[in-house]
Design a binder for this molecule. Sequence first.
Ligand code: SAM
Length: 191
Amino acid sequence: MAERVVPARVLAAERIASEAGFKKSCIPEVGRLLRLAAASKPHGVVAESGTGTGVGTAWLHSGLGAGARLLTVERDEELARRAAAVFADDERVGVLTGDWRLLERHAPFDVFFCDGGGKRDDAQRVVELLAPGGLLILDDFTPSPHWPPRFEGEVDELRLFYLTHPALNATEVLTTPTSSAVVAARRPDAT
Ligand SMILES: C[S@@+](CC[C@H](N)C(=O)[O-])C[C@H]1O[C@@H](n2cnc3c(N)ncnc32)[C@H](O)[C@@H]1O
């Protein structure tokens, strides 16, 4: 069977991660979900909190429409600097250095991969930053056979928050047999 193609910028960002010893990049299964989400909003504002070395950014970029913009933010200056080099030739992409709240001035977001800052510390604000119909992607959950979902024996309140938020239509999808992502769309009628 032919191998699945991995975009060149993803490979470049993965090389930087390897050199830097950075081990928190998203997996290709999540990357393909990111690409799909970006491609669904060809004129949209696509945002990512927590750039890392740019692996998730590169997957988002691989689905980015000609009329779209991609903003990503990373608080680690060295990581941000190295990731920015991967996208230096594309003016649709902005790599910001600092806290995730720097993204707010670019809201509302048509796609938001919330992966470093926001997800845990201000989940309500994360939802508010979505445009009507805007897609939210959160990865790195552990599938649970229970409802409400449990993690390490306790109800996973954070996951529950997103899955049951009244402004969202949300679901959880397996990314591998042992990992999952929450995918949500902001309801167009949400206030
Ligand atoms: C899971 S890693 C990001 C991986 C990346 N999104 C990818 O898919 O390859 C999380 C990153 O978020 C950054 N981070 C954590 N809290 C942050 C904050 N409040 N503002 C900006 N970046 C943050 C960390 O430095 C780390 O590089």
